[in-house]
Design a protein around this ligand. Structure first.
Ligand code: ATP
Ligand code: MG
Length: 571
């Protein structure tokens, strides 16, 4: 009963890939542009927890570097102090390590470059390539123009270099209120690409930074500090998502005007998944509005949520490998993510028996007080997993759904007079149904065939149904949490007029069953350990709430068997 057995499994190292990014790298290696170096970075902004979309970027950056014997940095893009926090920095590092990647001694913070970034800005001012602007955000928008009309130049453009240097120095010194001035790049207000119309480089903002405290009251804009950070670190290939394609000319402009080393920016398509929202801002909103229990709610697409749900690093890495990278946006079926988890847990998760909605079975001809320890295999997929003993006695629990008084066609489970097999144990036949005053079935009386132990009989008769069970006197009570998609729409962003994505929340995404019974060995399950509950799916002991005195299991993913289908038809 291990947890996260697999995070560093070398067998899981991805095979070399070939795609439009490796084409770029191969071309650079041929031309010698980066002296055959490959150095990537993963640049999260510490303003939320990582989600599965970030996992795609992490796997991509670390794997591409590894494939070429290169390096990958972890760099926090922490230039917007009002939304950033140390809690996020810590969670991001934890999640990347958990995924199985290692930045070694290459942990960087954009905020460590604030001084250099400032000096570079001074350099651009001195070159006449940056100026201090006093337009308000609204005026700036008016001046910007549209896709079809050029913009108008800011009056600040007319300032002399001396005036600009003086004002910028005083901006840094804290002489002006927030928002009074910005520093802008002097590029081209008529550029067809709006990102090139004199973009802002610095804003005045008095905010406590989680690392630099109040040392600064001006902060660089993302587009400016990002390329500068890449340049300082000697990044060769700066992989980013598609929405930055139109920012690439600006990336190149800053570094070329500074005469600084310039990496190659390459854009790839973001990951979108059906029934899932992948935006930190929206995930934060769900946390703040308590739509979920926290960033690690097992229904969240965050890495901490997926981990708590029972996702393994190997399953997520495999998923990222399977989806690959492309230049065009698309949406991946959430079923593929679930498939990857099933595939991994099928190999690694020990089997156990648990009954989620119990119905008592009394075997009238089984000796009172007798207990047999039945040897059960732990994992048919893994002979090395061995066996365990499961107690069998006269009173058992089976699933309520495994009995029908009036069985529909093709229902092969228990019904009056019908014989079924109890997994690993005996054949039983239902003799009598006991009900309470309301007609609810309270228990079944059955007989067993003592000759059928282990699942066969001397006369060779067969039965169609095999049920899982637990011994009532030995089983431990547990809480089991069943999850469904957090959103009920394939694309949760599609909402009715006047509504937002929260109107698509699935009201039935969590079902808590508190009267479940599990085989006694599960009392020793460690938080975070994974199991296949026979016929029910893969389950993970909850990392927060599970202990040996209160057993709590999350359903990680259902089984892909016909049971669920028959269930529906039979209903
Ligand atoms: P979000 O929109 O969720 O807030 P972000 O892009 O603002 O994401 P960052 O912290 O800036 O979040 O992202 C760090 C890196 O992860 C960036 O290089 C970004 O391109 C990448 N990334 C973020 N979301 C996805 C996604 N859905 N698919 C692939 N890469 C992503
Ligand atoms: Mg971002």
């Amino acid at each position: 009963m291990t947890s996260d057995h697999d995070s560093k499994d070398p067998a899981a190292a991805p095979a070399p890939v070939s795609n439009f990014i490796t084409d770029f790298i191969d071309e650079h290696n041929r031309s010698g542009r980066f002296q055959k170096r490959v150095h990537t970075r993963f640049p999260p902004e510490p303003n939320g927890y990582l989600h599965i979309g970030h996992a795609k970027a992490i796997c991509l950056n670390f794997s591409i570097a590894a494939q070429y014997g290169g390096k990958c940095n972890l760099r926090f893009d922490d230039s917007n102090p009002s939304t950033e926090d140390q809690e996020y920095v810590d969670s991001i590092m934890r999640d990347i390590k958990w995924l199985g990647f290692d930045w070694q001694d290459r942990l960087f913070f954009a905020s460590d470059y604030f001084e250099q970034t400032y000096q570079y800005a001074v350099q651009l001012i001195k070159k006449g390539k940056a100026y201090v602007c006093d337009l308000t955000p609204e005026q700036m928008r008016e001046h910007r123009g549209t896709l079809t009309e050029p913009g108008r130049e800011s009056p600040g453009r007319k300032r002399t270099i001396e005036e600009n240097l003086d004002l910028f120095t005083r901006m840094r010194a804290g002489e002006f209120p927030d928002g009074a001035y910005t520093l802008r790049a002097a590029i081209d207000m008529a550029a067809p690409n709006i990102n090139m119309r004199d973009p802002a480089m610095y804003r005045i903002k008095r905010a406590q930074h989680h690392r630099t405290g109040d040392a600064w009251c001006i902060y660089p804009m993302y587009d400016y500090i990002h390329c500068v950070s890449d340049s300082i670190e000697g990044i060769t290939h700066s992989l980013c998502s598609l929405e930055f394609e139109d920012h690439r000319p600006l990336y190149d402009w800053f570094l070329d005007e500074l005469g600084a080393y310039r990496p190659q920016q390459i854009e790839f398509a973001r990951l979108n998944i059906t029934f899932t929202v992948l935006s930190k801002r929206k995930l934060l909103q769900m946390v703040q509005e308590k739509v979920v229990s926290g960033w690690d709610d097992p229904r969240m697409p965050t890495l901490s949520g997926l981990r708590r749900r029972g996702y393994t690093p190997a399953a997520i890495r495999n998923f990222c490998e399977k989806i690959g990278v492309a230049k065009a946006n698309s949406t991946v079926d959430v079923g593929l993510l679930e498939f990857c988890l099933r595939e991994d847990l099928n190999r690694s998760a020990p089997r156990a028996m648990a009954v989620l909605r119990p119905l008592k079975v009394i075997i009238d001809n089984y000796p009172e007080g007798q207990v047999e320890e039945i040897e059960c295999e732990n994992n048919p997929e893994d002979p090395a997993a061995g066996t365990r003993k499961v107690p069998f006695s006269r009173e058992l629990y089976i699933e309520r759904d495994d009995f029908r008084e009036d069985p529909p066609k093709k229902y092969y489970r228990l019904s009056p007079g019908r014989e079924v097999r109890l997994k690993h144990a005996y054949y039983i036949t239902c003799k009598n149904v006991v009900k309470d005053g309301d007609g609810t079935i309270t228990e079944l009386h059955c007989s067993y065939d003592p000759e059928s132990r282990g699942g066969g009989t001397p006369d060779g008769r067969t039965v169609k149904g095999t049920l899982h069970w637990v011994s009532a006197a030995h089983a431990r009570q547990a809480e089991v949490r069943l999850y469904d998609h957090l959103f009920s729409k394939t694309n949760p962003e599609e909402s009715e007029a006047g509504e937002n994505f929260l109107s698509n929340i699935n009201p039935n995404s969590l079902e808590v069953l508190s009267d479940c019974w599990v085989e006694p060995a599960l009392a020793q399950a460690e938080p975070g350990s994974h199991f296949q509950f026979l016929r029910l799916g893969y389950f993970t002991a909850d990392s927060q709430d599970h202990s040996s005195s209160k057993l709590v299991f999350n359903r990680s993913v259902t089984l892909r068997d016909s049971w669920a289908k028959i269930e529906k038809k039979g209903a």
